[in-house]
Design a protein around this ligand. Sequence first.
Ligand code: AMP
Length: 210
Amino acid sequence: MKLILLSPPGGGKGTQAKRLKDHFDIPHISTGDILRNAIAEETPLGTKAKEYVESGGLVPDAVVVGLVEERLKEDDTANGYILDGFPRTVEQAKALDGFADIDVAVQLDVDDETVIERLTGRRSCRDCGEIYNLGFNPPEEHDVCDKCGGELYQRDDDKEATIRHRLETYKDQTEPLLEYYRDQSKLVTVDGKGDIDEIFDNLVTALDAL
Ligand code: AMP
């Protein structure tokens, strides 16, 4: 299955993508993770992306499209994949249609209040990428990953001013994608509020029904 997860930042894409990856045994491709790694490793891609990611703006379409096109050529994508954070603009979606045949775009439907609560409390593991929330999904030990013992950190772009910018960017640039995929009869909407396991069950039920 070739699937796209669509939601505002903090909508639960990353959390659910990790579970879907295990369930369907297909790779989870997060452009945000790829860009953050590139920035940490100071690669040429990281240098290009740094200022956009840190300010909460979007990295230029050509850069992101190029990296996804390359990633989708790898062997592990043969049985499908989960795209998390891509596409984020109609231009990116059109480009994707040129080199991939997407089965479904799943919208995780959440309100602004939920998103802000999730983003301000979000902590990620530096080593394995597991995502926690201090409010409703805390680690057992402060700042330590339950899964691998790695250090938990708050993403720079999860600070309040940047969060506001990212939400505006989502509404202006990414929300039109809902219409784009609805017009192609590929949009499925799942309630993204509430318990992580319950959302996951609803997602799997919706995908199994396709
Ligand atoms: P995410 O982890 O998906 O929230 O992405 C973090 C940041 O990476 C975003 O705020 C953007 O700056 C950048 N980014 C990730 N995916 C894309 C994309 N498809 N297009 C442009 N910028 C992106």
